[in-house]
Design a protein around this ligand. Structure first.
Ligand code: HAM
Length: 414
C-alpha cells in the first residue's frame, strides 16, 4: 500500500482552516458582487493547450510546474495551474463575446508542481476576478480597487503594500526587449543558467530573477520607461491617477514583470512581509492579447487572483464559530425526550449537540470541548415537571425552564 501521508505539497483542510478559508471566500464573493462580479466556475482540468499556448513557453509554470497526463481517451490534460486561461477558454467556447463586458469572480483549487514551503503548496486555492471586454484604464483601477477592498474588509490591508508596474503595449515591450537583450548579452557570462536560457526567449523575466549574481546585473539594467511609447505611458498615467483619486496607496516597482507571459500594460502585486519568503498575496494585471492568442476574437482583459491559504494565514483566528447548545439527558426516559428536543431545536435553526453517551460529568466535558454556549440538562426532576435546566456555561448560572418556553428562552444564547 502506498504511504498514508498526503502527497507532498497537499494537505487536509480540517475544520478550523476550512472555516477561515470559507470566510475568505465568502467575503471575497460578497464584495466582488458589490462591484458587479458574478461567480463562475471552469473545470479543474483542461486540454493542456489551454495553458501551454497562453501562459508562456518559457514560464516556470509551463516548463516545470504543470500536472499533465494523458487520459484514457488519449487526450493531453492538465490540472489547472491558474484560473485566467480557463475563463478565456470559456469565453470563446461559450460564445460569450457578444455579451461583453463581463465580470467574473471564481474560487477553487489550482495545481503547481512547485517546491513546497510555508505559503507555497502544490494544491492551493485561489479567489480571483476577471474583467473582460474593457480596454480602458478605469478597468484596471476597478479590479485593483476591488482587491484592495477585499484585503481591507478581511483586515489584512495594513500588512500589505501595492506594487505597480507597466509592461506597456506590444510595441513598447518589443523595443524594451531589444534593449535588454543587448544589455544582458554583454554580461551573459555572469548570468545564471536559467537567465541564459531566457536571454533570447524572454529577457524580461530576467528582471525578476531571484539569483544573487543576476540581481547585481539587473540592478544596472536600463529602465522600461525609456522604451515606453506615448500610448503606454498615457495608459499607465491614467491607472496611477485613478488609484490616487481613490486614495489607494501604491509604489512603483519597475522590476515587477510577473511569472506569466500574457500580461501587458498594468502588472501589480499586493505584497506582505508577514508570510516569510512568499510575499505575493494578491496579484494580477492586464492581458489584452490572451483571448486572441487562444483563437478567439481580440478581447481586452484585466484581473487578479489571491491565494486563499495565504489570506487565511494572515487573518489569524478568523470569525468565531457559532456556539452550540449542548443537550444533556440523564437516564433512559430523558434520552428519548432529548432526541426529539434536539431535532426540534435544529429544525428551528439552533445549533444543538446531543452527547451520545456518558454520565453527567462526561457529557459536561464534551460540552466544554465543543465550546457550547449553554447546556440543557434533562434529568428525572426536570422531566417530572415537563421542564429542563438551562445552564449558562460562561457564567455558570442556571434556571429551570418549562419545555414549552425552552426554545424562546434559548434565543438569548445565540
Ligand atoms: P499568480 O501570481 O501566479 O497569478 O498567482 C496569484 C496568487 O495565487 C499569488 O499571489 C498567491 O497568493 C497564490 N499562489 C500562487 N501559487 C501558489 C502556491 N503554489 N501556493 C499557494 N498560493 C499560491 C495568477 O494565478 C493569475 N491567474 C492572476 C490573474 C488573474 N491575472 C490576471 N487575472
Amino acid at each position: 500500500m502506498a504511504s498514508l501521508q498526503p502527497v507532498r505539497g497537499t494537505h487536509d483542510i480540517l475544520p478550523d482552516e476550512a472555516r477561515r478559508a470559507r470566510h475568505v471566500t465568502d467575503k471575497g464573493r460578497k464584495i466582488a458582487e458589490r462591484y458587479g462580479y458574478e461567480e463562475a466556475a471552469t473545470p479543474i482540468f483542461e486540454f493542456s493547450d489551454v495553458f501551454t499556448r497562453t501562459l508562456g513557453e518559457t514560464s516556470d509554470i509551463v516548463t516545470k510546474e504543470m500536472y499533465t497526463f494523458t487520459d484514457k481517451g488519449g487526450d493531453q490534460i492538465t490540472l489547472r495551474p491558474e484560473g485566467t486561461a480557463g475563463i478565456a477558454r470559456a469565453l470563446i467556447s461559450g460564445g460569450l463575446s457578444q455579451k461583453l463586458p463581463l465580470k467574473f469572480f471564481y474560487a477553487g483549487p489550482m495545481f503547481r508542481y512547485e517546491r513546497p514551503q510555508k505559503g507555497r503548496l502544490r494544491q492551493f486555492h485561489q479567489i480571483g476576478v476577471e474583467l473582460l471586454g474593457v480596454a480602458e484604464p478605469v478597468g484596471d483601477v476597478e479590479v485593483i480597487a476591488l482587491g484592495a477592498a477585499i484585503l481591507d474588509e478581511l483586515g489584512v490591508q495594513g500588512n500589505t503594500q501595492l506594487e505597480l508596474n507597466t509592461l506597456g503595449n506590444t510595441e513598447s515591450r518589443m523595443a524594451y526587449r531589444d534593449v535588454l537583450v543587448e544589455y544582458f548579452s554583454d554580461r551573459s557570462g555572469e548570468l545564471s543558467e536559467d537567465s541564459k536560457l531566457r536571454l533570447h526567449r524572454n529577457p524580461l523575466r530576467i528582471l525578476d530573477s531571484k539569483n544573487e549574481s543576476d540581481r547585481a546585473i539587473v540592478s544596472g539594467a536600463p529602465e522600461f520607461d525609456e522604451s515606453l511609447d506615448a500610448e503606454s505611458h498615457d495608459f499607465f498615467a491614467e491607472v496611477c491617477a485613478g488609484l490616487d483619486s481613490l486614495e489607494i496607496a501604491w509604489h512603483r516597482n519597475s522590476r515587477l514583470v510577473r511569472g506569466l507571459d500574457y500580461y501587458c500594460h498594468t502588472a501589480f502585486e499586493f505584497t506582505t512581509d508577514a508570510l516569510g519568503a512568499q510575499s505575493a498575496l494578491l496579484a494580477g494585471g492586464r492581458y489584452d492579447g490572451l483571448v486572441e492568442k487562444m483563437g478567439g476574437p481580440s478581447t481586452p482583459g484585466v484581473g487578479w487572483a489571491s491565494g486563499i491559504e495565504r489570506l487565511s494565514m494572515l487573518i489569524g483566528e478568523g470569525p468565531e464559530q457559532p456556539r452550540a447548545i449542548a443537550i444533556i439527558p440523564l437516564g433512559d426516559a430523558a434520552e428519548a425526550v432529548a432526541l426529539k428536543l434536539t431535532d426540534e431545536l435544529r429544525r428551528a435553526g439552533v445549533a444543538a449537540d446531543l452527547g451520545f453517551r456518558g454520565k453527567m460529568k462526561q457529557r459536561m466535558k464534551r460540552a466544554n470541548n465543543i465550546n457550547a454556549r449553554a447546556a440543557v440538562i434533562l434529568g428525572n426532576i426536570e422531566l417530572d415537571q415537563s421542564a429542563a435546566t438551562i445552564r449558562d456555561l460562561d457564567s455558570g448560572e442556571q434556571e429551570l425552564v418549562p419545555l414549552t418556553t425552552l426554545r424562546e428562552r434559548l434565543k438569548q444564547f445565540r
